[in-house]
Design a protein around this ligand. Structure first.
Ligand SMILES: Cc1cc2nc3c(=O)[nH]c(=O)nc-3n(C[C@H](O)[C@H](O)[C@H](O)COP(=O)(O)OP(=O)(O)OC[C@H]3O[C@@H](n4cnc5c(N)ncnc54)[C@H](O)[C@@H]3O)c2cc1C
Length: 466
């Protein structure tokens, strides 16, 4: 530690909370996004809000980037540091500070693991709906920064629908409190909404106030198997047209089903073309009625079989088919690149056809799964990053997939964020005026460009390296 800046960082957070060895730095060089990695100059573990503020003030004075990091499960490189960065870690910020059953709210620290919050509130018959596939590892801080979705998004929405308030350290070190427990509050701009989905570029969350719901009294989980993926897509439209909003309406294609069965042995036939995992929840009478209607609609639209879970354990087993999808695909090749091109739900079938055609044209292997009810698909390319010729074709294929999503009225990312990987597609999505507003907001809040630079729309970092 010969740099005076590193010395000062050690004074702020305590030497035991400053990490500079190559082993430590490598641990924070990547997230769950394949291909991109970069070791930071150091990592710090602040223990108080004042320490977070002091690190950011030092960053502005000395000119180094700071990258907040949750569990590193991000899929767009949001927490992958640029060279010279200091990564800011929150492992000890994992306390649920309050569960207020009267106001149906919870105050949490940013390092709380999402599934731990589920367990804590469900033990009190309350419910926090956002459930990213990574919920056993990812943090609420990361979820708010990415505005993460999950399997229950169709009925319950995404993280932004549950954030009531934030305590945020701004890039220049000031502390901002925004939002609160009031159901209605229109005093000034809705600043909290600016920070949700800001991908760690506008502020560091130190406390988060979340909305809770009463826990649904009943649920029913069904698995429908199809010989034709168009029939599965038609079922999705039919369920919505019947005015049933399941909490979960997930899709797996043939490639993904075969990989899942090979990996998780859930008893799926490997000759089917698609499956839908469907869950309805709510009042027991409504669940019984909607469950019957869903089964009928699946059969009417060509399902080969429809299985209804008879117990909680069986429901969990059926859900394993979906939850294991990414891990199962990732085993097949050295590199699995998962994207989240998203279209209006009525365009799921043409989007699936586009992905198949693009994959075939470039001679690539893709599995597709995702939140069909949200139109949020995860085309996942199974490849090998060491094969440069193939990687070039992978890039072209994803470019075409994003263009197809935009042409269908969709978006380049439904829940994983832009980060490093989708920067070059953003202007196509939001237009020049959208880019200009984002640049202006960033400059207003982060004049020296210290907080997570080089991400989302930032073409290159403006600060010097340590
Ligand atoms: C197997 C798998 C399944 C997944 N399934 C889903 C899914 O269903 N839906 C979905 O939306 N995503 C999913 N993801 C993506 C990922 O889990 C989410 O984006 C998640 O919210 C990231 O949380 P994290 O704690 O790992 O954050 P990280 O990856 O560490 O960071 C993500 C972003 O948050 C910022 N950040 C972290 N903490 C803070 C803080 N305290 N203040 C400010 N910014 C902060 C970082 O700078 C970064 O930009 C999945 C990922 C995997 C690997």
């Amino acid at each position: 530690m010969d740099s005076p800046v590193l010395e000062r960082l050690g004074e702020i957070v305590g030497r035991q909370n400053l990490f500079t060895s190559i082993e430590d730095r490598l641990a924070y060089a990547y997230d769950a996004t394949p291909v991109i990695e970069q070791a930071p100059a150091a990592a710090v573990r602040p223990r108080t809000v004042e320490q977070v503020q002091a690190v950011l003030r030092l960053a502005n004075a000395a000119g180094f980037p700071v990258v907040p990091r949750g569990s590193g499960t991000g899929l767009s490189g949001g927490s992958v540091p640029l060279a010279g960065s200091v990564v800011m870690l929150f492992p000890s910020w994992n306390r649920i500070l309050e569960i207020d059953a009267q106001n149906l709210t919870a105050w949490v620290e940013p390092g709380v693991v999402t599934a731990a919050l589920h367990a804590a509130v469900e033990s009190r018959d309350l419910f926090y709906p956002p459930d990213p596939g990574s919920m056993k590892i990812c943090t609420i801080g990361g979820n708010v920064a990415e505005n993460s979705g999950g399997l229950r998004g169709l009925k319950y929405g995404v993280t932004k629908d549950y954030v009531l308030g934030l305590e945020v350290v701004l890039p220049t070190g000031e502390l901002l409190q925004t939002g609160g427990k009031c159901v209605k509050d229109v005093a000034g701009f809705s600043l909290k909404d600016l920070f949700i989905g800001s991908e760690g570029t506008l502020g560091v969350f130190t406390r988060i106030l979340l909305q809770l719901l009463p826990k649904p009294a009943a649920s029913r989980t069904m698995l429908a198997l199809y010989d034709d993926f168009a029939a599965a897509a038609a079922t999705v439209s039919a369920i919505i047209a019947a005015k049933i909003i399941p909490c979960t309406l997930e899709f797996l294609d043939a490639v993904t089903i075969r990989c899942v069965e090979d990996y998780a042995h859930v008893g799926l036939p490997t000759d089917i073309a698609a499956l839908l995992l469907i869950e309805v929840d709510g009042h027991p009478a409504a669940v019984a009625d909607e469950g019957e209607q869903v089964v009928k609609l699946c059969r009417q639209h060509g399902a080969r079989t429809v299985q209804t879970a008879q117990s909680g354990a069986e429901a969990e087993k059926l859900k394993t088919a979906r939850r294991a999808a990414f891990a199962a695909l990732a085993r097949m090749k050295p590199t699995a690149i998962l994207e989240d091109a998203t279209v209006p739900r009525s365009a799921v079938e043409p989007m699936l056809r586009n992905i198949q055609a693009i994959a075939a044209r470039h001679g690539l292997s893709f599995g597709v799964f995702g939140h069909a009810g949200d139109g949020n698909l995860h085309p996942t390319c199974l490849t090998d990053e060491r094969d440069h010729a193939e990687m070039h074709r992978v890039e072209l294929a994803f470019e075409e997939i994003f263009a197809a999503a935009i042409a269908l009225g969709g978006t380049i990312t439904g829940e994983h964020g832009v980060g490093l990987t989708k920067k070059r597609f953003l202007e196509r999505q939001v237009g020049p005026a959208g880019m200009q507003v984002m640049h202006q907001l960033k400059r207003a809040l982060d004049p020296n460009g210290v907080l997570n630079p080089g991400k989302v729309f930032d073409p290159k970092p403006r600060c010097e390296t340590l």
